[in-house]
Structure formats: C-alpha cells, structure tokens
Ligand binder design. Structure first.
Ligand SMILES: NC(=O)c1ccc[n+]([C@@H]2O[C@H](COP(=O)([O-])OP(=O)(O)OC[C@H]3O[C@@H](n4cnc5c(N)ncnc54)[C@H](O)[C@@H]3O)[C@@H](O)[C@H]2O)c1
Ligand SMILES: [Zn+2]
Ligand SMILES: [Zn+2]
Length: 296
C-alpha cells in the first residue's frame, strides 16, 4: 500500500510499504478514505520528537471497514467509521475511569497509545491506504447513514473538534460567558465553535494570520488581530473594560510573538522533550485533588 513515511526531520515521503493487516483477533482493518494532517504532526516533522525513521504517520482517520478479526463483535464489514486518535483497550484501570488517552494496555511502559505518533506505541498511522485498528470494537466510532456525504465533517471527530471542545471544558465555558481563544488554527477554531454551541455571548479569536482570522469570523467569532494593537487592550475594549470571562489557549508549542516572530523555544531543542511534559501533566492531574478545576 502507499503511505506517508517519516524519514527524518523535514523529510516525509509517500512510499510503498507492506499492507496493514489483521494481526490480532480483536483487530479491525479499515480502508482509509479521509485523513488529516494535524498541528501535532508538525512536532515530528520539524524534529522535536524522537519518532523512529520508517514510521507511517497519521492519527486523524476515517474510512470503511473491509475486514474484522474473529473476536470483533460490534463492528461489521462495510461500516463507515471514524477512528479517534488515542488507541485504548477499554478495560484497564485508566480506561474504566474514562482516561482512555492514558490506556495502560496498549503501550507497555508508558500510558497511552496512538496511531502513527512518537512514543505512542508500535502503531502505524492512517496517512495510508489501509489502517489496522486494535481493539476495534472499542476504537471504531461507527458513523450514521450520512457518513459519506458528511465525511469532511465527521473526520473532525478524530481529534480536532474534541480537542477544541476540551479547551472550553477546561476553561469552564458556560452559557452567557464572553470567551477569548488564542490561536485560530484548527484547534482554536473548533474551540471557538464549541464555545458558541455552549451558548457563549461573545467569542473573540486572537491570531496574526489573516486567512485564519477570516475563518474565525465566518463561524461567528470576533477576529482580534495583534498587528492592529495589543490583543489584551482589544479584548478589554470589546468587553466594556471587564476582560473576557473565560480563556482558551489553543496555540500550543509553537507560540510566536505578535509580529509573527518565533518565540525563543526553537525547533532544534533536543528531541524527547515532549515526553517529560507528558509525564508532568499526568502527575499534575494526579496530585490536584479537585481535578482540572480544583485548587492549584
Ligand atoms: N489532542 C491533543 O492533545 C491535540 C490535538 C491537536 C492539536 N494539539 C496541539 O494544539 C496546538 C494547536 O494545534 P493546531 O493544529 O491548531 O496548530 P496550528 O499551528 O495550525 O495553529 C496554531 C495557531 O496559533 C497562532 N499563533 C502563534 N502564536 C500566537 C500568539 N502569540 N498569539 C495568537 N496566536 C498565535 C498561529 O498563527 C496559528 O494559526 C499544537 O501544539 C498541537 O500539537 C493537541
Ligand atoms: Zn492531532
Ligand atoms: Zn485501557
């Protein structure tokens, strides 16, 4: 099959690789029909991780089931499915508590697995013609009859929309709130969209890329362009001097200064550095007794 293969920093290629296939009875095999490139793929592409050479990338996948293992019960050949990017077993201690992103079964020695991603287990990604889905009954999100017609919408469920929505949940966005979202990439736009679905009274999106600000405006948010002045002052003005009730940070690692210049943390920092962040975050979650909204 053809697949997008990581060969090194800033070097990915479409190559012929062995076909993905059923390896365990609980596997499902999917013919990929839509797959996205994520902002997170850039961490690997730009050399900030220790992803191994030869890895097939792609964790935002959607397609048609073409084969199921003998232990698969719920998913059938012909189903159209979206594959959320975290691979999980569904039955370990963390999965049972709802922390499927930190599954203890799928990536021994680490918590959490994913398709085609650094340090997230030996799984190939879906920027390929075929994708093996482990624990298929748990990891396939079966789509309704309009799946083909709305494929470009449903594929957003693989990662980007839940991530943007999660930002609004961590911020505690409630009906009537004014909300400021930093970053108008896919995650920020989905956060802005989710905030509106929740019933925010005003959603402001800060970014210095005009095409992205135009998209923010198209979905009903107020674009805030730092090139036109301090975003803080613009938000203060838009909120009658009060400031936003809630804020969502959706820029991530590659934050730039307002003029568009890169912040000092550069691409050439040592690899593996994302990994300690991952661990620290888990520890913090464990230690904060009130959960994400508890006392810090
Ligand atoms: N599930 C997850 O954990 C998950 C999923 C997807 C993405 N991510 C992460 O979320 C981050 C954003 O993802 P994305 O795909 O939207 O990325 P992206 O790079 O497409 O978008 C980031 C946006 O932030 C803007 N920006 C940079 N500096 C800014 C500043 N100082 N003020 C305002 N805006 C600024 C950029 O212009 C860009 O439009 C990435 O770090 C990515 O790795 C996490
Ligand atoms: Zn992603
Ligand atoms: Zn699990």
């Amino acid at each position: 099959m053809k697949a997008v293969v990581y060969r090194g920093s800033k070097d990915v290629r479409v190559e012929d690789v062995p076909d993905a296939r059923i390896e365990r009875p609980t596997d499902v095999l999917v013919r990929v029909t839509t797959t996205n490139i994520c902002g997170s793929d850039l961490h690997m592409y730009e050399g900030r991780t220790d992803v191994e050479e030869g890895k097939v990338l792609g964790h935002e996948n959607l397609g048609e089931v073409i084969e199921v293992g003998p232990a698969v019960d719920r998913v059938k050949v012909g189903d159209r499915v979206c594959l959320p990017f975290n691979i999980a077993c569904g039955f370990c201690k963390n999965c049972e508590r709802g922390f499927t992103a930190f599954c203890l079964s799928v990536n021994p020695g680490f918590a959490g697995g994913a398709y085609g991603y650094a340090d997230m287990g030996p799984y190939s990604g879906g920027q390929a013609e075929l994708l093996r889905v482990p624990y298929g009954d748990f990891n396939c999100l079966r789509l309704p009859p309009d799946a083909e017609e709305k494929e470009n919408d449903y594929v957003m469920l693989a990662d980007i929309w839940p991530t943007g929505h999660h930002a609004t949940q961590l911020a505690g966005v409630a009906p009537g709130d004014s909300v400021v979202v930093y970053g108008a990439g896919p995650v920020g736009l989905m956060a802005a969209y989710s905030a509106q679905l929740i019933g925010a009274s005003k959603v402001m999106v800060v970014d210095h890329q005009s095409d992205r600000l135009a998209l923010a405006e198209k979905i009903g948010a107020i674009p805030v362009d730092p090139r036109k002045g301090s975003p803080v002052e613009q938000v203060m003005e838009l909120t009658g001097g009060e400031g936003a009730d809630k804020g969502c940070e959706c820029v991530g690692w590659q934050g730039a200064r307002p003029a568009g210049r890169r912040a000092p943390r550069a691409d050439h920092e040592r690899p593996r550095r994302l990994r300690p962040c991952h661990r620290r975050d888990r520890r913090r979650r464990g230690l904060r007794p009130g959960g994400p909204e508890g006392p810090r």
